[in-house]
Design a protein around this ligand. Sequence first.
Ligand SMILES: CCCCCCCCCCCCCCCCCCCCCCCC(=O)SCCNC(=O)CCNC(=O)[C@H](O)C(C)(C)COP(=O)(O)OP(=O)(O)OC[C@H]1O[C@@H](n2cnc3c(N)ncnc32)[C@H](O)[C@@H]1OP(=O)(O)O
Ligand SMILES: Cc1cc2nc3c(=O)[nH]c(=O)nc-3n(C[C@H](O)[C@H](O)[C@H](O)COP(=O)(O)OP(=O)(O)OC[C@H]3O[C@@H](n4cnc5c(N)ncnc54)[C@H](O)[C@@H]3O)c2cc1C
Length: 666
Amino acid sequence: MAKITVNKDLASERAKCEFNVEELTNYLDGGRENTARRRRMEDKVLSVKELRDEIPEEYLSHKEKYENAIRKAVLFYKVQKSLDDPNQSDHERIRNSYRSTITSAIFKDNSPLTLHIVMFIPAIIGQGNDEQREYWLKRAKNMEIIGTYAQTELGHGTFLRGLETTATYDPATEEFVLHSPTLTAYKWWPGGLAHTANYCVVMAILYTKSKNCGIQPFIVQIRDEETHMPLPGIKLGEIGAKLGYNTVNNGFLGFDNHRIPRDRMLMRNAQVSKDGTFTAGANSKLTYGTMVYVRVLIVNNMANLLAKAVTIAIRYSAVRRQSKLKPEDPEPQILDYVTQQHKLFIGIATSHAYSRTALWLWDHYAKVTSELNAGKLDNLPELHSLACCLKVLSSVDAAVFVERSRLACGGHGYMLSSNLPQTYGLVTPASTFEGENTVLLLQVARSLVKAWQQMLNGRQLAPSMAYLADQKQLDRWDGSVNGIIRAFQKVARGKLAFSVANFEKYQKMGLSREDAWNKASVQLTAAAESHGRAIVVQVFKTETDRIASSLSPPLRKALDQLVELFTLYWALERLGDLLLYSPLSEVDVRDMQARYEELLEKIRPNAVGLVDGFDIRDEILNSALGAYDGRVYERLMEEALKSPLNAEPVNSSFHKYLKPFMQGKL
Ligand SMILES: CCCCCCCCCCCCCCCCCCCCCCCC(=O)SCCNC(=O)CCNC(=O)[C@H](O)C(C)(C)COP(=O)(O)OP(=O)(O)OC[C@H]1O[C@@H](n2cnc3c(N)ncnc32)[C@H](O)[C@@H]1OP(=O)(O)O
Ligand SMILES: Cc1cc2nc3c(=O)[nH]c(=O)nc-3n(C[C@H](O)[C@H](O)[C@H](O)COP(=O)(O)OP(=O)(O)OC[C@H]3O[C@@H](n4cnc5c(N)ncnc54)[C@H](O)[C@@H]3O)c2cc1C
């Protein structure tokens, strides 16, 4: 194997690291065997030369990008399939792959099969009855059919009860007639819908016996299995170029009285019998279950994407030298600027926080799902609220800290060859898809207001909201991490109390419940956000304490520093709230600021070790700035030379336009 020459600054950073980087990687992976398994899988995928791009994706046309993505998606699927352990349950398979970022080595802008894996198959699992699962899952898992999840319409994304696509049952033929009555009823956005999928799960308003029976899922064939032509009565296309996700093939779909057999309604929850009788499910919101599942996955995805961005930015900051700290000294590494540490170390801590939170949430999701399967629905509302609030916080924080990582790389962060703009393109839509963030915060607020009323009635609260019933004052600010967590809970409680009081005041003033809710909604969403912050900080601390207890002291210390940094960062960001709702004094604030700065200093020697610990390979980082060897300038030049404009010394436009223009002939 060729010896790699590592940039000397990066090499000396690695020599400074106080803990064993491999131990950190094993900790993140959940054990040495998991690290080994992940690496074996990465080795195997990366050994397939055809999965690599010869020409960087960014220089392809829109159409070529899609065709290239499909070529690689098919090959990637085959390689993955060959590595699959058939003895694993779906739950184990998902949990075991939470640290896998290998898809990024193949697609800078995501795969056109994403929705098939992430939503089509889960929708069949969650919404299909046993017979339907038996038939459709086999076909979907073997990729005999490719599907997507078609819910959003041109006119409605958030408000599902406002969807316009109808599925009207015709008992004479035992068929549903799918129809898009208006332009705004067209499905719009589903990934893979444009030219990839031949089936989809369509969410439509069911009408039977002339009654609106709410939104129900239908499995609908949209293209011929042989020719791939759209079926009669189906209008399909691509929605066009976007900020990111350009290889995901998002599409539109309209129905012109398209008929499907009765057994294509996914009938795990609600059913329509042959004569058109509708039987409702135990809870109509079970139909929204696929979204809850994806919201849970998104938390993990945000942690992984942030780990990528911050790895690139930290390594670059160790290599990059700029300006002067002291006139007599050489230019320092930009990582020595405390402002740079402030920008970036929080990204490392945040990735750890959401990675821990995602695992905790996944286990909670699995527990509640098995209860639901046994007909016990009690914990569904709490799961919905948790999935909403953690999806919101993880997507907002990831977008902020990925963009901050990009800005922290100066001009070079603007280059596509840094892979930071594309990474931003992958995180920012998560604030919109799977439930727009404000709307989801309002869902969380709704559950908090309900909990508040339950508390006033002396009823027990769901575990994640139990702190609301803690009436005790926080008499003393002790500044410890646990003390700050309690203070965050007090903030959430105080903001909720304030917004409930406002909500009630507006109603007493004569506003309707809905108008009062709308008027109080800025405060309500702020309370929901604070509730989420309290949960993330607490889960990060307790899960780290629980899992890291057996680690070596130096690694344990490094992880504790990340937990403390994360806690102090948010305390300082939310000073106004803490001053309002906790016994924080000016002295305490100054103390926290000093501790925060000390922490940056303590983390500084470990910064490169911490991102090395994420163990994200160069092929996955796909970045001229973030590669392990730190050959930043060489790689930037190598990538620049790949620009098609550099293939010839004089471009033809010179002769055609510039020269005649400069000579006054045009
Ligand atoms: C660590 C473990 C993880 C391991 C991971 C390993 C991964 C390996 C797999 C592959 C990896 C890839 C990961 C990738 C992830 C990222 C890629 C994603 C790709 C893009 C996907 C994007 C797809 C989409 O966007 S699909 C469309 C999504 N659309 C939405 O989300 C619409 C949002 N709107 C709604 O949900 C509703 O309209 C809502 C909730 C806003 C309002 O609904 P409605 O009006 O009907 O209800 P309300 O009247 O407001 O409320 C009534 C009542 O219902 C309760 N409720 C609402 N929703 C739910 C629910 N879902 N569940 C339970 N209960 C619900 C609500 O709380 C109310 O209750 P009350 O008691 O009455 O108060
Ligand atoms: C990259 C990407 C991929 C996607 N993939 C899919 C897919 O595969 N399948 C699919 O079905 N959909 C998909 N979507 C669609 C996505 O789920 C919707 O965009 C999302 O649910 C938001 O709906 P909307 O676009 O209608 O926004 P809107 O709801 O119109 O939101 C616009 C604004 O109105 C505000 N607003 C709306 N309702 C309220 C309210 N009740 N209270 C306060 N404010 C409100 C919002 O906060 C926001 O500021 C995708 C979207 C993106 C960006």
